[in-house]
Every structure is written in structure tokens, then in C-alpha cells.
Design a protein around this ligand. Structure first.
Ligand code: AMP
Length: 282
């Protein structure tokens, strides 16, 4: 793919980053699994605000998928992704093979407590964050980047990675970015392409229901009733609801009212086999 530097090995990426650092240039890393959309491009733009150089990693990480999940059929659109990254002004793509990331004999995992063990995504995908944290830890130490940009779209992931980077003194600053949405409110996601036309039309229900719920909570409606009404609305609309919960925005601990601190609403719901994730501040 012409137009953008592609690193396939840790060594090649480190050599380039060492050169940039020697020239006094900071580096931002944007970890992704590819199938890039405008949400990812916004992360690149944010990276460029923080650092002179931006690397986007594209790695569909097998260790964060459970055996029954969509690892094999996850969309892979590398040439298209590179063209988008050239247009976005990224400096390089890190595109390691599974063998480069996990050489034979690889036997280490990051053990997570705190925001990774609060009963949200971890309840439905028990090994997911261990895989995410392990690969992110490797991406940070492989690249030696100064900043890493993550979307609020995956809010629990953002908190897990931020906690890990601080706890393990990884020397990288985690930069959050607000969720980029379609015009009808649906959070952009690489998995939205799995939706049928009928389910795509229903999908914005999630964001709408959460906005209504946030308004009721700000209005001081009793939290339990307001959440329970929103859950029922989503189920009635045809979704299978994994969770819709109000949590503390920082710790992700359960809350009972706005008096408990800043609140975040988090949802995971399935429709036609596609699992949609979203969250908003109250
Ligand atoms: P993935 O889509 O799993 O490859 O995620 C790569 C990064 O993009 C993560 O930091 C996500 O949170 C972020 N991301 C995905 N979708 C969006 C979105 N709609 N808005 C902002 N960031 C996003």
C-alpha cells in the first residue's frame, strides 16, 4: 500500500520511534482492530493534536475474543484502512502478525481488578479485558509511544486501560475521546455493518432511550424505576438486553442516585446476532 509507512515488526516500529524521539518529536498511538470508520479517524485527529507523530495499530487480537465470538469473521479491510489513514494524516501503521505479537511459547497475561471486575462487560465476556489489557500493554511497550488515544465508545475498556497504564507505570498518557455517532445517534462501530436494514433502523433506539433516561435522572426521578423503564423499553423494541446500568463514571461502581457522584449510563444489547455497546454521561 503506497502512501503510508507500514511496520510489521516491533523492531521496525521501535527504530522509527527512536528516530522521532531523538528529533524531539512525541508519538501518539491509536490502537484499533481495523475496519476503520469516522470514529477511528477522530482518534487519529486527536492523536495529532497531542503529538507530532501518530501511529495507528491494526491488529485483530485473538486473545480478546471468546471461542464462540466473531474473531474469524471480524471485518478486515486493510487497504481501505490505509487509504483512510493517509487522508487523516497518520504517519504510520503498525500491522503485526499474530506470530509477531504472540510468539511460540507466549505465556503471560495481565491480571485485572478494579474497573475490569465490576459486572458489566466482564459478566458477559469474562476473559475479554485480560486479552485487551495484555495486548495494549504490549502495544505500549512495543511502540514506546508517549500518548495513546482511546474512544469513550468502549467506556469500561477506557477505564481498564487507563488504570493499567497508571498501575504498571507504563509511562504513556491515555487520552480519551468522546464517541462519534451517526446522524441518528447510533454510535459508530465496525460491527454496525453486520446489521440488516431492519435492525439498523432499530439500532438508534439505544441512544434515544439512554438520553431519555439521563434526562429523567437529572430530573430527579427515582433511579431504580427510571432504569427499569428504559430496560423494558429496549426489550420491547426487540433487543436482547445484556445490561443497562447507571454506574459511577470513574470507578464504575453501582450508584443509587446522583448524590453518589458523576454518573455514566452503560448498555450492551443484542439484535439479530450483533452486539451493540454504548454509554453516555448523565
Ligand atoms: P475498535 O473499533 O475495537 O477497533 O476500537 C479501536 C478504538 O476506537 C477504541 O479506542 C474504541 O473505543 C474507538 N472507537 C470505536 N468506535 C468509536 C466511536 N464511534 N467513537 C469514538 N471512538 C471509537
Amino acid at each position: 500500500m503506497a502512501g503510508i509507512t507500514i511496520f510489521e515488526t516491533v523492531a521496525a516500529m521501535r527504530e522509527a520511534v527512536a528516530g522521532w524521539h531523538a528529533a524531539g518529536e512525541e508519538v501518539a498511538l491509536v490502537p484499533t482492530m481495523g475496519a476503520l470508520h469516522e470514529g477511528h479517524i477522530a482518534l487519529v485527529t486527536e492523536g495529532r493534536r497531542h503529538a507530532r507523530r501518530t501511529i495507528v495499530s491494526i491488529f485483530v487480537n485473538p486473545t480478546q475474543f471468546a471461542p464462540h465470538e466473531d474473531f474469524k469473521k471480524y471485518p478486515r479491510t486493510f487497504d481501505d484502512d490505509c487509504a483512510k489513514l493517509v487522508a487523516a494524516g497518520a504517519d504510520a501503521v503498525y500491522f503485526p502478525s499474530v506470530e509477531e505479537m504472540y510468539p511460540a511459547g507466549f505465556a503471560t497475561r495481565v491480571l485485572l481488578l478494579g474497573p475490569a471486575a465490576v459486572g458489566l462487560e466482564d459478566r458477559f465476556r469474562p476473559t475479554h479485558f485480560e486479552g485487551v489489557a495484555t495486548v495494549c500493554c504490549k502495544l505500549f511497550t512495543q511502540s514506546r509511544a508517549d500518548h495513546a488515544v482511546f474512544g469513550e465508545k468502549d467506556y469500561q475498556q477506557l477505564k481498564v486501560v487507563t488504570r493499567m497504564a497508571a498501575d504498571l507505570d507504563l509511562g504513556i498518557r491515555i487520552v480519551p475521546l468522546a464517541t462519534i455517532r451517526e446522524a441518528d445517534g447510533l454510535a459508530m462501530s465496525s460491527r454496525n455493518r453486520y446489521l440488516s436494514a431492519e435492525h439498523r433502523a432499530l439500532a438508534p433506539t439505544l441512544h434515544r432511550a439512554m438520553q431519555d433516561l439521563a434526562a429523567r435522572i437529572r430530573n430527579e426521578d427515582p433511579l431504580f424505576q427510571a432504569v427499569s423503564d428504559a430496560q423494558n423499553e429496549i426489550i420491547t423494541a426487540g433487543f436482547e438486553l445484556d445490561y443497562l446500568e447507571a454506574r459511577h463514571a470513574e470507578t464504575l461502581a453501582p450508584v443509587t442516585s446522583l448524590a453518589d457522584g458523576p454518573m455514566r449510563l452503560l448498555i450492551a444489547a443484542r439484535i439479530g446476532g450483533t452486539r451493540l455497546l454504548d454509554n453516555i454521561a448523565v
